[in-house]
Design a protein around this ligand. Structure first.
Ligand code: MN
Ligand code: MN
Length: 457
């Protein structure tokens, strides 16, 4: 009797047998390999297109005809991807949309980055997104990105993640001389202008001119990539942590990686889509850019491309875009904070995601008095509760920490403003936005099951 009257979240391992655990661990092998090739939004788009083509998805351009059964992807400027599969049901009944983001906090190179000082060549960076600056010093770093040249060609740079490649580095003070720095508040101990990447220390041979160390680095870059210092003016070059996704713990139940936020939702949205060919609904997966800086720009969730694509699909199928939007359902698939027993003071334990207790639904995000959130309606959440129960999806509810401690947002409000029913659903993360974040394998797999149930219901 008491079991039926009260609510408590369930832990995956309370009911899992060896076969269920193996399913979860095997699924996460695919996720970890996806992560190793997806450290920037451009790389995630490239990796996803390769996966999508294996599952029969073809490039879409505006003006193409679409019919039930068709599977398309729309590559928006190599940094934002839409995938959709046309269902058999009347398009006016709406679409099922899972929207996540594929940009992650990092350090971008500045426009004029390279300089020489004190026997080193450095590159200056400008941090992107919610970075805790002290976490990025004195660790191996990699450089990923693209340099676009005036002649229209572009060069891809990816250094620091393969065996045998050099890494990059940001100097920090030795403790012996850090008495003053250590006394500063954490947020100001490492100023942004000290996040300078070491590129080298060896001078160019056979020259008497100045800046020989910088010139040597530029000579190496010119030989390897055929670029000059001026070409950095038109580049998207990102400094990310070096290294691959790894199992964590003797039991290998957890995964550390750079960029779980939000590839840990993007990947399950893809695997669920690829398993949903039998769905009668028209399905869409959005991999958005620029979420970490407010979903801005023409590759972010606020770009009208989202509704342009919905409109083009509706028109092709003889539907009415206003009806399609009004009847569509969306999961805003983004991570949430996982309860961390090392910092219990910032969490409200009854309304906090717990590790291994499944994907997290957040009725609202935002901060303070629900500022800046899409507060999902009770009826929509009840519908999701039902389909999750029918499909054995392990899920839990959570807020992002104690009400007055902080807060955060997702793409949910930018979807909901188009008159589309939307709620936040995502994987709980430990150390969110750190160079290496941690998630639970059981929770990653529950995301896959949740998105699959949503597509099929
Ligand atoms: Mn996120
Ligand atoms: Mn984030």
């Amino acid at each position: 009797m008491s079991k039926e009257l009260t609510y408590s979240r369930k832990n995956f391992y309370d009911a899992a047998d060896e076969a269920a655990i193996k399913t979860v661990y095997d699924y996460c092998e695919g996720y970890m390999s996806y992560m190793d090739n997806s450290k920037t939004e451009r790389e995630t788009v490239t990796e996803t297109i390769a996966l999508a083509e294996k599952h029969g998805y073809k490039p879409y351009n505006f003006g193409m005809t679409v019919k039930p059964g068709d599977k398309y992807y729309y590559n928006n400027r190599s940094r934002n991807l839409y995938l959709f599969r046309i269902g058999s049901e009347d398009i006016n009944n709406g679409m099922r949309i899972v929207a996540s983001h594929i940009d992650s906090p990092r350090l971008d190179l500045k426009q004029v980055p390279i300089y020489e000082d004190g026997g080193f060549c450095f590159a200056k960076t400008h941090y992107y997104g919610g970075v805790r600056k002290y976490q990025w010093v004195a660790m191996p770093l990699a450089l990923h990105g693209v340099v676009a040249k005036k002649d229209g060609s572009s060069v891809t740079i990816r250094v620091g993640d393969e065996d045998g490649e050099p890494v990059f580095y940001i100097n920090d003070l030795l403790p012996h001389l850090a008495r003053e720095q250590s006394a500063r508040p954490l947020g100001t101990a490492i100023p942004a202008e000290s996040l300078n990447i070491v590129l080298g220390s060896r001078p160019l041979a056979n020259t008497d001119e100045g800046e020989k160390i910088k010139k040597n680095v530029l000579a190496i870059l010119n030989e390897k990539y055929d670029i000059t210092e001026e070409d950095f003016l038109s580049a998207d070059l990102f400094v990310v942590p070096a290294g691959k996704a790894r199992d964590v713990g003797f039991d290998r139940s957890l995964i550390s990686a750079y960029g779980h936020d939000d590839n840990v939702c993007a990947y399950p949205s893809l695997t669920a889509l690829f398993e949903s060919d039998a769905s009668e609904h028209t399905l869409m997966v959005v991999l958005a850019d620029k979420e970490e800086i407010g979903s801005e720009g023409n590759t972010g969730m606020q770009c009208e491309l989202f509704t342009d694509l919905m409109g083009a699909i509706a028109a092709e199928l003889g539907g009415n875009i206003y009806a399609v939007k009004a009847n569509s359902k969306c999961l805003s698939a983004d991570v949430n904070a996982c309860f961390d027993p090392n910092f219990p003071e910032v969490f409200e334990s009854r309304n906090t995601a717990k590790i291994n207790c499944g994907i997290t639904m957040s009725k609202y995000t935002g901060s303070g008095g629900k500022g800046g959130t899409n507060d999902a309606p009770a009826e929509y959440i009840a519908w999701i509760r039902r389909i999750f129960e029918e499909n054995g999806v392990l899920w839990q509810t959570a807020e992002l920490g104690k009400t007055d401690v902080g807060g955060g947002g997702t793409v949910a409000k930018f979807v909901a403003k188009h008159n589309i029913e939307t709620v936040d659903l995502g994987v709980p993360v430990i150390s969110m936005h750190a160079p290496y974040e941690v998630v639970s394998k059981a929770d990653v797999y529950s995301a896959h099951k949740a998105f699959l149930a949503f597509n099929m219901a």
